[in-house]
Design a protein around this ligand. Structure first.
Ligand code: PXL
Length: 453
């Protein structure tokens, strides 16, 4: 029988499901660890505000932890909201007797500033829990409050992290987000006297409710799987970046992050590969399609539902090549195998999450006419108008062009084309919901083209 890593979260309940214990459980499930919970406080809140906090009696908190320890081998523990000194002491008493990897998320306030930790609870947390911790994970405001160091840049964050480490935790991760830089989302790890900065592109979004909780929960899940501290943070950073990027527009305040984005992507990998294979079979068996293959050959690509990079897009390594009067896929579909078509797909998916596939074909006026006859929505861009700063960045042209084509008509079209530039072959890209759909589109066009008028 396979043993799943077992992780316990001791934290507050957030009824809107974005932060707190709810965020932790979703994250644990998404990362394939078994989640358990001991609720410390029940909050009354939504995505806009927190109204009330009702603490669970200390005896009940202790009894819950005891019951779990008696029954289940726990691989790692995370603490979140521990509202009062009494709760902090009760939790440290129970878990202090054990030797779990322990991640302390020193939650102090909601995004809107409502305190989640009473004044004397902070010192109790530092005194009783920090020395037990494998890692503490303050955000920059919490790090300031714990260390007394004002954090305005990465150097300040380093000073703060050192001070916090002196309080007894093995590692300190300051979840910087945008606090140290307005370009990147940076997090700073301090471990064994060394610093490591984790970077991701900053995402402009309001869907950040629960980001801190979910990040720390992802770290503890990865530690429970046996990863090293540095590897756990690295994995968790990827996870949280995607969860924020694909957050839910739910509620009227800060929308919750989406811990499932990772899971849904993983779940779809097989289906995406199979869909591309089926599309290839359609294209290979329709000889007419060979007439649509451009000089630079064609590729067919399909993205995972929460795709963020070309590694999340499956296509044919070596492309679809024309051999005499037929088309052959150079090999089996793989993720990361396309640059050009994948970039078009990654651009359109940002505008319409249901459009996840693309296929490039030869440009001609006649082919565009055929697309019009079928009734598809067509848009285009002019590569000659590409700004010089876009040209300079390797591989940016396609994304820029697809963006122009979408903006031109205010929605994702079925067909995007450009008429080329010096040394650039003109091209048409068919886009649609999945690879089979775009393959069928190509066959439909090739059938029209092959009827000699
Ligand atoms: O993100 C901190 C946090 C932790 N725990 C609970 C919360 C919040 C923020 O809203 O509600 C229960």
């Amino acid at each position: 029988m396979q043993m799943i890593p077992r992780v316990l979260s001791i934290a507050g309940s957030d009824p809107d499901g974005g932060a707190g214990i709810q965020a932790d459980l979703k994250t644990f499930s998404a990362l394939s660890v078994y989640g358990m919970t001991v609720i410390t406080s029940v909050t009354v809140q939504n995505t806009m505000e927190l109204k009330e906090i009702h603490d669970v009696p200390v005896d009940v908190i202790k009894a819950q932890i005891e019951a779990l320890i008696r029954d289940i081998d726990i691989d790692a523990v995370k603490t979140g909201m521990l509202h009062t000194r009494e709760i902090v002491e009760a939790v440290s008493e129970e878990i202090g007797r054990q030797n779990f990897p322990l991640v302390i998320d020193p939650v102090m306030a909601t995004k809107s500033g409502t305190p989640l930790l009473e004044k004397d609870a902070k010192s109790a947390m530092i005194k009783n829990l920090f020395p037990l911790a494998t890692m503490v994970t303050p955000n920059s405001v919490e790090a300031e409050m714990i260390s007394g160091v004002k954090i305005e840049n990465i150097k300040d964050a380093k000073d703060a992290a050192k001070k916090i480490a002196e309080l007894g935790a093995k590692a300190v991760l300051i979840k910087g987000g945008h606090a140290f830089s307005d370009k990147e989302a940076l997090d700073l790890l301090y471990l064994n006297g060394k610093f490591k900065v984790f970077e991701a592109k900053r995402i402009k979004t309001k869907t950040t409710h629960g980001a801190g909780c979910s990040f720390a929960a992802a770290i503890v899940a990865e530690l429970a799987k046996g990863r090293s501290i540095t590897d756990a943070v690295e994995k968790a950073k990827d996870f949280i970046t995607r969860a924020i990027r694909f957050g839910f527009n739910i509620g009227h305040g800060f929308g919750p992050v989406n811990p499932m984005a990772h899971l849904y992507n993983e779940a779809e990998r097989y289906h995406v590969i199979e869909n591309v294979k089926e599309a290839v079979a359609i294209l290979e068996t329709h000889k007419e399609f060979s007439g649509l293959i451009p000089e630079t050959q064609a590729n067919i690509a399909m993205a995972l539902p929460f795709a963020d990079s070309i590694m999340d897009v499956a296509a044919i390594p070596g492309r679809l090549v024309k051999i005499r009067k037929s088309v052959k896929a150079s090999s089996c579909p793989e993720f990361g195998a396309s640059s050009h078509v994948a970039k078009t797909v990654l651009t359109v998916i940002r505008h319409d999450g249901s459009i996840r596939a693309g296929l490039n074909i030869k440009y001609s006026k006649r082919i565009i006419e055929a697309c019009k006859e079928i009734g598809w929505i067509i848009s285009f861009y002019d590569r000659r108008k590409e700004p010089s700063e876009v040209k300079k960045i390797e591989g940016m042209s396609i994304s820029w062009g697809a963006e122009q084509a979408v903006k031109r008509i205010g929605k994702v079209p079925d067909v995007i084309y450009h008429k080329g530039d010096w040394g650039k072959e003109p091209m048409i890209t068919l886009v649609g919901k999945n690879a089979v759909e775009v393959a069928k589109m190509a066959i439909e066009v090739s059938n029209i083209i092959n009827i000699v008028p």
